[in-house]
Ligand binder design. Structure first.
Ligand SMILES: [Zn+2]
Length: 394
């Protein structure tokens, strides 16, 4: 007998190039069957997904969920299973010295799968800017912790922010590069520093891009801050184009300062497609502008991307970026049953970018149920509209 059958939904699974009305049968927390399930009625639980979209559980590649330890951390379940997201990746909130709290108190206690990219700054984002002098980086400690915690640490994080980056930026990038290489992990680099000098910051971004390799991740491509890769006149840095051609992955990382609708429009016009859409949600924007991954996806739907594209960017592609395509991001038989059921709700939606610019939109990708770890979480609390009304733990 199946534990759960999700019946008759419009299944979108880009990893398998599937877009069809199908049933999904789940047993013992795994996908048992994707196709027609004539014996669905015998399942312990049946979700009628008629008229709904059913996709692999969404993966938010850039979040800040180191709650209580960093001031900007939010509860992983509030931005996870409560809003259609079955996997969150914390992008650099923890460094090697305070990673222990993430592995002891965050990952095991959240119902949402939680992974992280380890900051090269020893104490992560507990204080920002996190790298003010060389003493803030411990190469040996960072490599050791990354190697010892492969099940949770999926990459290395560097933010090109603060006076140290203007003074010694390229050397810091080289240091991060060496750490990622020694740890055998991809490097995620944050660009955009609103307080920096434009020319110096841009020079550093260009040099940094030259050092990124296939599988490394550039986050915040649509920022207007100094260090950006797209200029106000629409010019795209040559080094950025070349990096994309080499296989460097482009991650949205919406966040508090890092997404401008104008930059997205300019980028899309010039063929800059993000590889992953992520929210960069934190306490700064949980209740305004960003809200969640589904709201961020909705912005891209309204900016012209297709449904399959935005789902690919938040499932198959995000799993690739994590090096976890065999375990996440698809509804293949045998995969963990991480599933999102959603609805495209039409209406007059008002979206805001990081700068507070408004955009009218007609469609909102709204999760109605999230399945992970053998549990079903209903889409409650104004999902797809904002996080108001959500409580920290179910
Ligand atoms: Zn971030």
């Amino acid at each position: 007998m199946y534990d759960l059958v999700i019946k008759g939904g419009e299944v979108v699974d880009p990893a398998q190039e599937i877009h069809d009305v199908l049933d999904i049968a789940v047993r013992h927390g795994r996908i048992e069957k994707l196709g027609k399930a004539p014996d669905a009625d015998q399942a312990r639980e049946v979700i009628d997904a008629g008229g709904k979209i059913v996709c692999p559980g969404l993966i938010d590649l850039h979040t800040h969920v180191y709650e209580k330890v960093t001031a900007l951390g939010v509860n992983p379940d509030v931005v996870g299973v409560k809003c259609g997201v079955t996997t969150v990746v914390d992008a650099g909130s923890a460094g090697y010295a305070d990673f222990g709290g993430f592995s002891a108190f965050i990952a095991p206690r959240s119902l949402t799968n939680a992974f992280c990219f380890l900051n090269i700054a020893s104490t992560g984002l507990s204080v920002m800017p996190e790298i003010c002098h060389w003493g803030d980086i411990d190469v040996e400690g960072t490599v050791r912790v990354a190697k010892e915690n492969r099940e949770l640490i999926k990459g290395i994080k560097l933010r090109l922010v603060g006076p140290m980056m203007i003074e010694n930026g390229l050397d810091v990038v080289r240091q991060a590069r060496a750490i990622a290489e020694a740890a055998g992990l991809p490097l995620m680099v944050h660009i955009g520093d609103h307080q920096a000098d434009h020319n110096k910051s841009q020079a550093l971004t260009r040099q940094m891009l030259g050092l990124l390799r296939k599988g490394d991740i550039l986050t915040h491509p649509f920022t207007v801050s100094p260090g950006r890769v797209i200029d106000a006149d629409g010019g795209v840095l040559e080094e950025f184009q070349e990096a994309i051609e080499r296989g460097v992955l482009v991650d949205v990382g919406h966040g508090n300062r890092s997404l401008s609708f104008d930059m997205v429009r300019l980028g899309l016009e010039r063929g800059i497609l993000p590889f992953t859409i992520s929210s960069d949600v934190s306490g700064l924007v949980l209740r305004s502008r960003v809200y969640s991954l589904p709201v961020t996806m909705s912005k891209f739907l309204n900016l012209g991307l297709g449904l399959e594209q935005v789902i690919r960017m938040t499932t198959a592609n995000a799993a690739t970026a994590l090096g976890m395509s065999d375990a996440l991001g698809s509804l293949k038989a045998g995969m963990p049953a991480d599933i999102t059921v959603a609805q495209l709700v039409r209406g007059d939606w008002d979206f805001q970018d990081s700068l507070g610019n408004h955009m009218a939109g007609q469609v909102m990708f709204t999760p109605v149920a999230t399945i992970t770890g053998g549990r079903i979480f209903p889409g409650d609390g104004g999902l797809g509209r904002g996080a108001e009304g959500l409580t920290p733990n179910p």
